[in-house]
Design a binder for this molecule. Structure first.
Ligand SMILES: C[S@@+](CC[C@H](N)C(=O)[O-])C[C@H]1O[C@@H](n2cnc3c(N)ncnc32)[C@H](O)[C@@H]1O
Length: 254
């Protein structure tokens, strides 16, 4: 059986300088990059991945294989939509690894931010391994959007002695966790509005990029402005990627 070799490389969440030295070393060894085209942001993020390769690889012994990632259906139950979508992406990965990667090649997926955070690449590779495909792979961590957001706002994510939670906007709609700060990602619904607590927000869109927008302050003072900014940015660029840290104003500051 052909053994496939792969690297899953975290490229950081927006700034080409978020690339780590470990990632640069890995990039230099790769022969075949699999570059996803996905969603409204595809042209911009595709370009960034290519820019990273051109900037950090000092030879031309590699090739790029573009592939389309289908949009996830949003008309059925959330879990079944996600599992159908994942099966479709798994079939694409299977084809790529079978047809585009030889025994002597080293393939790579360049993952936005960090591969361990809201990203399906590791899960899909594990599914393929479980189905019998022989894949040897390494994961290179990247600077996640959570770290980038905290750094750009110069804040700590947790208060001393408290946990913090990272969650999707879908989960936030069910309510805030009882304790600790919250980082919210994947917000397509302005889920920060009308939460029943007195909160501070540290919000960032396109963090680390030239288009970065940051706002911080009391949520009730800022929520209309943020909703407005999100709408305008989405209209101008065609897509938005933003996240935010929420903290209770009543919690003791460190
Ligand atoms: C599918 S998740 C991928 C997260 C990624 N693996 C990471 O480590 O940040 C995409 C979400 O991450 C957040 N995100 C990613 N990049 C961002 C950036 N540059 N600025 C703000 N939020 C970002 C947004 O909440 C977006 O909806």
């Amino acid at each position: 059986m052909t053994r496939r070799r792969l690297k899953v490389i975290g490229i950081g969440a927006g700034n080409p300088e978020y690339i780590t030295i470990q990632a640069v070393k890995a990039l230099q060894q790769v022969t075949t990059f699999f570059i996803p085209l996905k969603g409204d942001d595809k042209a911009d993020l595709h370009l960034l991945r290519r820019e990273i390769c051109e900037r950090y690889i000092d030879h031309d012994r590699y090739r790029m294989v573009d592939f389309d990632i289908p949009d996830r259906a949003r008309d059925g139950a959330y879990r079944s939509d996600v599992s159908d979508w994942r099966a479709a992406v798994r079939a694409i990965y299977l084809r790529l690894l079978t047809e585009e990667l030889g025994e002597t090649d080293l393939g790579a997926f360049l993952v936005w931010g960090d591969p361990s955070l809201y990203d399906g690449t590791i899960g899909i590779i594990e599914d393929l391994r479980a189905a019998g495909m022989e894949i040897e792979y390494e994961v290179i961590p990247g600077i996640s959007s959570v770290s980038a957001l905290a750094a750009r706002h110069r804040v700590a994510l947790n208060r001393i002695g408290q946990p913090f939670t990272v969650m999707s906007a879908r989960q936030l709609e069910k309510g805030l966790p009882e304790e600790g700060n919250v980082v919210v990602m994947l917000d397509t619904r302005d889920a920060y509005r009308d939460l029943d607590a007195d909160l501070d927000i540290h919000w960032g869109a396109y963090v680390g990029t030239e288009d970065e927008i940051l706002r911080a302050g009391r949520l009730s003072d800022l929520q209309d402005e943020i909703t407005d900014l999100r709408k305008k940015a989405r209209a101008e660029k065609g897509w938005i990627m933003d996240s935010y840290l929420l903290s209770r104003r009543s919690d003791p500051k460190d």
